[in-house]
Ligand binder design. Structure first.
Ligand code: RB5
Length: 160
C-alpha cells in the first residue's frame, strides 16, 4: 500500500520510529516532512499529506503533531478525508471499522512510541465493516457536496 506520513517538529521523533515500522510492514511510505527539529507550522505538512490522499495519489496517510488536534483540523478540511485522532488502541480500531478513516493522526506528545506502533499496526490491519456504516459515510459525502455548492467559505475569514 502506498502511504504518506508527515509531522511538525513535535511529531518528528515519533515519525522516524513509525517510518521504520512501516517499512518492516512492507508499506511503500512517502515522507512529506518535516525533517528537522526546528519549529514549523503543522498546517504546511498536514496539507501535503491530506492533499495527496484526497486526490487519490496515495491510499492513506499518517500525521503527527504535538496533540494531534491541529493536524486533525487541517486534514478534515479536505474532500473525502476522514482523519481520526487516535491516541489509544480502541479508537484506532473503531476508526477503521466504523469510519473507514483514511488518515491516522497521533499526538506525538501524548502517546509513547510503543503504543503508537501498536496503534499503527491495528489501524492498518483493521478493515472497514461497511454495512450501515457505509450509508453514514455517504451522508458525509453528501454534506461535502452541499457545502461545496452553498458558497460556504467565501465569507470573511476569522483571522485574529
Ligand atoms: C506545536 O507546539 C503544537 O502546537 C502542535 O504540534 C500541535 O499540537 C497543534 O495542534
Amino acid at each position: 500500500m502506498k502511504i504518506g506520513i508527515g509531522c511538525d517538529h513535535a511529531g518528528l521523533e515519533l515519525k522516524l520510529e513509525l517510518i521504520s515500522l512501516l517499512k518492516e510492514m512492507g508499506m511503500d511510505c512517502i515522507d512529506y516532512g518535516t525533517d528537522a527539529p526546528k519549529s514549523v507550522d503543522y498546517p504546511d505538512f498536514g496539507e501535503k499529506v491530506s492533499s495527496a490522499v484526497s486526490s487519490g495519489g496515495i491510499a492513506r496517510g499518517i500525521l503527527i503533531c504535538g496533540t494531534g488536534i491541529g493536524m486533525s483540523i487541517v486534514a478534515n478540511k479536505f474532500p473525502r478525508i476522514r482523519a481520526s485522532l487516535c491516541n489509544d488502541l480502541f479508537t484506532a480500531k473503531m476508526s477503521r471499522l466504523h469510519n473507514d478513516a483514511n488518515i491516522l493522526v497521533i499526538g506525538g506528545r501524548i502517546v509513547g512510541k510503543d503504543l503508537a506502533k501498536e496503534i499503527v499496526r491495528v489501524w492498518f490491519t483493521t478493515s472497514f465493516e461497511a454495512g450501515r456504516h457505509l450509508n453514514r459515510l455517504n451522508k458525509i459525502l453528501h454534506i461535502e457536496e452541499k457545502i461545496k455548492g452553498s458558497g460556504h467559505g467565501t465569507g470573511t475569514s476569522q483571522t485574529r
